[in-house]
Design a protein around this ligand. Sequence first.
Ligand code: ADP
Ligand code: MG
Length: 361
Amino acid sequence: MSTATTFTFEQIFNAAPDVQAIAPGRVNLLGEHTDYNDGFVLPTAIPQHTTVCLGTSSDDQFHIYSHDLEEQVNFSSRDPIPQGFSRYVIGCIRAIEEQGIVIPPLNIFVTSSVPIGSGLSSSAALEVAMLRALRSLLNLKIDDVQIAQLGQYAERTFAGVQCGIMDQMASSLADSEHLLFLDTRTLDRELLPFPEGSTFLVIDSGIPRTLAGSGYNQRRSECEEAARLLGVPALRDVQDVSAIAALPSPLQERARHVITENNRVLEARLGVSAQRFGQLMNASHASLRDDYDVSVEGLDLLVAILQETPGVLGARLTGAGFGGACVALIDSNAELKNAIQAVLDRYHNAGYTGKILVDRT
Ligand code: ADP
Ligand code: MG
């Protein structure tokens, strides 16, 4: 158990924790807006992670403390689930309790190096770390896929976020040295090496994802409608864009993004060169911008600056869009410190406030 975290748990709860677990955040390299279409994704775990420490509570309440938010919530099983960050934690407790397992009142300490609310999935990292800690404390017989499923259930049911399964699967099953190819319909998966000679960088655009919620829900229903008109269970079931020629606009554009994006992931899975992988990321961004209409000016600018930078093999927005972060594939042999600073300077000079979230160069 890391002494630093134990120390802070003790400062809050005046006792040592019984267990500690960690789980990473994630970034998606390819396969955007495909997961709710039963499609394919290609995320990797990032080095930043969330830590959850648990100990039994000395009264009949759960005490949940977030070191990052400097906020404590006291919760008794009879209470309605509160708003705010503790929903994610209590959601995981409820998800386990619904399996018929009794959980004693606990002291719960959360601390994280995953940027919160930046599209690197701090929410899934919190759920997976919490479920791993419960598994270890109560000796639960649940595997890593079930952990991901319980985390997704918790987020959907108790935090009210209609998320797909990618974030929790990535946090539970990916590592930061590999890409996780995931078929979100069958949950078939495979850890793949990064394209030879490449690594990645994530930059926050500084643009808040204000429209992300409503835009996301609208895209979801457009995809459902497109699948219904095509007579397939989900857009994943269409591989050929000629099949969508009769769809009205903008359903045709939305479907074209999903189909071509799935095909890009399937091509990348075959083990393409770093250069080709970069081209697939550039094509993904163009498709998200032109067909899926989820980019904004600032993201397009940051992506364009990255794409023009020597040593950058490809770049695109990552996450739902409407703001948030960009991911770039980088030549791991290139010396890019100055070039990356120049990217940020150009972006800042255009009036934006971007910053590096993950630097694996
Ligand atoms: P993302 O998952 O992209 O970071 P979300 O909006 O899905 O963004 O999830 C962020 C929410 O998850 C936070 O607002 C908070 O409620 C919860 N959360 C995540 N990490 C922590 C943490 N370390 N401490 C407290 N709450 C957290
Ligand atoms: Mg999230």
